[in-house]
Each structure stands twice: as structure tokens, then as C-alpha cells.
Ligand binder design. Structure first.
Ligand SMILES: [Mg+2]
Ligand SMILES: [Zn+2]
Length: 277
């Protein structure tokens, strides 16, 4: 897949309202008819244990894990987002998902649209189907034994801690991040990014608003987007910029030049990067 390596470009995607234009928890609960239970329990429970509880509600109402899978597969995924994932992976970027959804929902959607293999790691709340056939959702962090201690984030997951871990595993100083997200939970990881990194907040959503409130707090460059098409255009423009710095173009071999030929216009870049699928 990685025919033109782009060592050091790490693209981190949030999932809900970023890769998908909807919220997977909301989709499953609403489509499978448990919105009443959700509204009743929401004031009394934190989100992560509530989702585990909602899976119990669905199970009690005769909905199987297969029903949940079918429900997730019936939801749309923007063709531009699929194409941006495939192209970034083909260019050798290290693609990751960091999400407060769960492994079952995310893997189902990404596999259904043929892009699961594009990602090197999915950091999210673990999910499994138990002996009774009920989907169980657990917190990403062991909240009792090892609380993450970040005041910005929900207790089950600090995305900033995940970014710090990826940063600490880097074997090169040339590694740079592109972080794409929309929600409040994406603010903490955005603050962890360094100079030379990029954050792509979804316009008019909580992450974008938090960033706009105090732009000086961020070291990363901010590039908002507002649709799947805009996400693709913005992401591939940034990837192209990162993998073909002008000073290094002459040292690339022919196959790499073929993939990332600098073009004179943004539209040219975009077309040069597109991979048929
Ligand atoms: Mg989100
Ligand atoms: Zn945090």
C-alpha cells in the first residue's frame, strides 16, 4: 500500500463527526429504538458507562450484536473522506484513529468501507461481545487503578495522553502530526502538538470554538474544514506540503517524484495525489 513513503507524517483522526459526519452512539441508539432509555439515563450517568448500559438496554430489547453491526453499516461515509484516507495511506502517512467511541463501532464502519487496513492503530474504548451476546464497552483508561489526571478530559479517556505516547515512541525528530477533530475531547490533544504540526478543527464545532477563543495556546498551525470534500482538500494539501519540502525534491527518486510531483496550483496538487479506487 505504501508505495511512496512519507516517513514522519502522522495523521490522527477523531471518529464521530470527523471521519463520519454523524455520531455513532447516537446513530445506533436512535435507529435501534432506545432513545427513550438514553434520555432517561443520561442525567444520571457519565457517557462511557452509559454506552455500556445502553448496549444492555438493546440486548434486553432483543437487539443482537449483528443488529448493531447492520445498523452501523447502513450509515453513510462521505466518499471524499474515504478517498482522503486511502490517498494519505498510499503516500505512506501513519494513519491513526483516536476516539471516544469504541472498537466495535469504529472497526465495523471502517471495514465496511474498505479502509480499516489504512490505519496503524485505533485508540478507543475496548468493546467485546460477552457470552450472552451483549456488547460490552469498557473505559480506555483504567479509571480506578490509573486515573489519567487530566482536568480537560472525561475520566475514561484523555486523548492528549495518547498523543504524548505516540510522540514518545517517535524514532525521528522529523515526525510531524496532523490532528483532525471536532469535539471538546480533541482540544487536549491539540494543545500537545508542536511547532510544525497541524490541527484541522471542524468549523463551528466545539474544538474550533475552543481554539478560536485563545489561539496563542496552540503551537500547531490551524487549518479548519467544513465538509468531507474540504477535509480531503485540506488534508492532502498539508500532507503534500510535508512530504515534498522544496529543498528535498531533488533528492527524491523517480517513483516518489511521480507520486508527489509539485504542481503550480492547489488543484494540481489535489489531482496528482488522488488514487483511483
Ligand atoms: Mg468527534
Ligand atoms: Zn486530556
Amino acid at each position: 500500500m505504501a508505495s511512496a513513503p512519507a516517513p514522519g507524517v502522522v495523521v490522527v483522526f477523531d471518529f464521530d463527526r470527523t471521519i463520519i459526519d454523524w455520531d455513532s452512539d447516537d446513530w445506533v441508539i436512535t435507529k435501534l429504538g432506545a432513545a427513550d432509555a438514553f434520555l432517561r439515563l443520561r442525567p444520571t450517568m457519565r457517557w462511557n458507562p452509559l454506552m455500556d448500559r445502553m448496549m444492555a438496554e438493546l440486548h434486553a430489547r432483543g437487539k443482537t450484536a449483528e443488529d448493531i453491526r447492520d445498523c452501523l453499516m447502513s450509515a453513510p461515509l462521505d466518499a471524499h473522506v474515504i478517498s482522503s484516507i486511502k490517498t494519505a495511506a498510499a503516500l505512506g502517512c501513519d494513519l491513526r484513529v483516536v476516539s471516544d467511541a469504541n472498537t466495535f463501532f469504529i472497526e465495523t464502519v471502517l471495514a465496511h468501507h474498505g479502509v480499516l487496513g489504512c490505519f496503524s492503530e485505533i485508540s478507543t474504548n475496548p468493546a467485546r461481545v460477552d457470552a450472552d451476546g451483549r456488547l460490552r464497552i469498557s473505559p480506555f483508561h483504567d479509571t480506578a487503578a490509573a486515573p489519567h489526571g487530566c482536568s480537560l478530559c472525561p475520566e475514561n479517556m484523555c486523548k492528549g495522553k495518547i498523543i504524548e505516547k505516540i510522540q514518545s515512541m517517535a524514532d525521528t525528530k522529523n515526525q510531524h502530526f496532523i490532528y483532525i477533530g471536532d469535539g471538546k475531547g480533541d482540544y487536549c490533544p491539540s494543545l500537545k502538538l508542536s511547532e510544525g504540526d497541524y490541527v484541522m478543527p471542524k468549523e463551528n464545532y466545539p474544538l474550533w470554538k475552543l481554539i478560536c477563543n485563545n489561539k496563542q495556546l496552540l503551537k500547531a498551525e490551524v487549518h479548519p474544514w467544513n465538509s468531507g470534500e474540504d477535509l480531503e482538500k485540506t488534508l492532502l494539501k498539508l500532507v503534500n506540503k510535508m512530504i515534498t519540502p522544496p529543498a528535498q525534491v531533488s533528492s527524491l527518486d523517480c517513483s516518489k517524484c511521480e507520486m508527489s510531483k509539485p504542481a503550480s496550483t492547489e488543484v494540481g496538487h489535489h489531482q496528482a495525489l488522488r488514487v483511483p479506487h
